[in-house]
Design a protein around this ligand. Structure first.
Ligand SMILES: CC(C)(COP(=O)(O)OP(=O)(O)OC[C@H]1O[C@@H](n2cnc3c(N)ncnc32)[C@H](O)[C@@H]1OP(=O)(O)O)[C@@H](O)C(=O)NCCC(=O)NCCS
Length: 184
């Protein structure tokens, strides 16, 4: 697991907390990852049960042991799980690069929650993990995600054609990036 005291570090913002994702978050994350307003944008086949969500969480935790993935659950003011975010992949050697991903419960959209959460993730990536370049891949129709990453200073670089394959077929994605020297 990415070491900072031997575990995924807890990151605290003004109104939310990011902490290591656990199997106990499966019910809340199933409601979010499986939500019809969220699932189409995730770039993966939708989860179909709490059990499948638990298996996915286990896989993500295993991958963070190998240090190529790093995921946090996002806790709201009452300590409830309202989303997740982190690095879908990252590497230092030969690249110093990572790719972020995020999802939020729709009832929390439009309140600046993910902007705050990703601010913590970007601070951590540039300052503690030593990344130089952070990427975000957004579906071309996902205006909310594009607005979010642009508001954080990401720039669009181009379209990756037929980049993903899902049950619905091949999918283009927009590539955005932010460099360490551009992040304050
Ligand atoms: C994308 C998502 C994470 C955004 O979360 P959010 O908490 O609603 O975003 P925020 O409220 O923090 O918005 C941040 C910025 O995006 C902008 N934004 C929000 N909705 C927007 C929209 N529909 N169009 C354009 N920009 C938008 C806001 O104006 C804000 O910028 P500002 O601070 O400069 O005003 C959320 O909608 C979600 O979970 N969507 C489904 C999953 C998904 O798309 N994940 C990303 C995959 S790449």
């Amino acid at each position: 697991m990415y070491v900072c005291g031997g575990s995924v570090p807890t990151l605290n913002g003004r109104s939310l907390e990011l902490r290591v994702m656990t199997a106990d978050d499966a019910e809340a994350l199933y409601r979010i990852w499986g939500h019809p307003q969220v699932a189409p944008w995730l770039g993966m086949p939708p989860v179909s049960s709490v059990e499948e969500t638990r298996l996915l969480i286990d896989q993500l935790l295993d991958m963070s042991l190998e240090e190529d993935n790093l995921r946090w659950s996002i806790l709201g003011p009452e300590g409830e799980v309202i989303g997740s975010c982190g690095y879908n992949n990252w590497q230092l050697e030969g690249a110093y690069r990572g790719e972020i991903g995020c999802e939020l419960a729709p009832e929390c959209w439009g309140q600046g929650v993910m902007k705050e959460a990703l601010g913590l993730v970007l601070d951590y990536g540039f300052d503690k993990m030593g990344l130089n370049r952070i990427e975000a891949l957004c579906h071309p129709d996902n205006g909310r995600a594009a607005g979010l990453v642009r508001s954080l200073g990401f720039r669009q670089e181009g379209i990756l054609r037929d980049y993903r394959h899902l049950p619905s077929g091949f999918q283009d994605v927009l590539l955005y990036s932010l460099l360490s020297r551009e992040w304050q």
